[in-house]
Design a protein around this ligand. Sequence first.
Ligand code: KE4
Length: 427
Amino acid sequence: MPRNDELFERSKQHIPGGVNSPVRAFRSVGGIPRFVERGDGPRFWDADGRSYIDYVGSWGPLIVGHAHPQVVEAVKAAAARGLSFGAPTAAEADLADLLCRLVPSMDQVRLVSSGTEATMSAIRLARGFTGRSRIVKFEGCYHGHADALLVKAGSGLLTFGTPSSAGVPAPVAGETLVLPYNGTAALREAFAREGAAIAAVIVEPVAGNMNLVAPDPAFLAALREECTRHGSVLIFDEVMTGFRVGLSCAQGLYGITPDLTTLGKVIGGGMPVGAFGGRADIMRLLAPEGPVYQAGTLSGNPVAVAAGLATLALVQAEGFYGALARATRRLCDGLQACAREAGVPFSAQAVGGMFGLYFRESPPASYQEAMESDQGAFNRFFHAMLDQGIYFAPSAYEAGFVSSAHGEAELDQTLEAARRHFRAGPR
Ligand code: KE4
C-alpha cells in the first residue's frame, strides 16, 4: 500500500475521518486524499513523492504559491523573535493600517485567527449595534461554522432557517432567514415584510462555496439599498474574495460599499489570520471600548501577521492582478475549448484569480443552477486530472484558485491533461 494510503488509515485512528476539515476527506469525489509532504510554487508533492499542479492553494490563501521565499523569510525572522506575546505588537498596527488603506470601507479592523471567527464576530457586532437579532444569509453561501450561519433555507422561501448541522439549536437557526442568491425580488420582499427586525445581511459578494456563482450587480445594489433604508448592517464576507479578485477586493470590483467586511485566507498568506472591520461607529462598540465582547489568545499573532504582510506586499506589485486574471482566464478558456472539441457539456468562468468549472452548458447564475451541474462527470474529470498530476478542488461545489506561481508550463500541462481526458470520452 502506498505510504499516502497508510497515512490515511493511521490518521483515521485519532482524527475523525482522518482529516481536520471535512472537505479534505474526498467524500464527494471518492478515493483517498493526498497527504502533502511539501509545496513549492504552483506544486505540491504527496507522501509517495508524486507531484501535483495545485489549483486549491490551501482553499485560497496561497495566491503567491507555496513557500514563496519572501513569505518564508518573513515568517522565519518573526519566529526568531518569539512566536506569540499575548500583547500588542507594531506588526499588528502595520497590518491594520494596510488593510484600512486598501479597503476604504474599513475605518477600523480587528484581527482574529480564522474566517469563522471573523464572520461570527461581525454578526455579534451587527446585532449589538442594531439591538436586533435577525440576520439574512443566502442559500449556497458558506461563512464558516458558527451556529447562526449553519442554517439552510426553511420549508418555504421566506420562512426562517432550520439547522444545517446537528448541534445547532432550532431557536438559533430560527433567527436566520435564508434567501436565494441573486434573488433580488425575494430580498426586497423580505425587507418589506420585516426590514425593521433585520440586524444584518451577510453575503459572499462573489459566491465561491456552491462552486463559483457571480453576483448580479442589481442584486448587490439592492442589498446596499435595502440595508441603508432599514438600518441593517451589510456584511461583505470577503474571506475568499478579499485580495483574490483584485487589490480592492470584490467591493471595489463591483463598486458597493459594505458596512462591515470579513477577511481571511490571502491576508494570512497560509498562516491563521482572519479579520473583520468597517465603519468606525460600528467598530467602536467592540470591547474594550464598547459593550460587544470579542477576544482571542492568538489574535494578531506576530508570525502569522508577518506572513500576511509579506503576501500583501507581493500582491501590490504593479500588474500582479492583471497577470493573475489573464492566467486564470486562459485556464478557463482552454478547458472550455478542450471540452467543446470533444462535445462535452462544460463551461468555466473566472473572476480575478478564482474560477468555477461546470459540467453544464453555461455558468450557473443561482444555487439551483449550480446544483444542476453533472457531479458524476466532474468526479470522473477530477480523478482523471489527479492521475495526471493536476489537483483541482475535491468537490464539484468549490471554486478553484490560480497563483502568481502558475506559469505557461503549468497551464499547458493542465490543458494537455484535460484534452486527453475529454477526448477519451465518457467512462
Ligand atoms: P475558515 O474558518 O475556514 O478560515 O473560513 C470560513 C469561511 C468564511 N467565509 C468564506 C466565504 C469561506 O469560503 C470560508 C471558508 N472556505 C472553505 C472553502 N470553501 C474553507 C475550506 C475548509 O472548510 O476546509
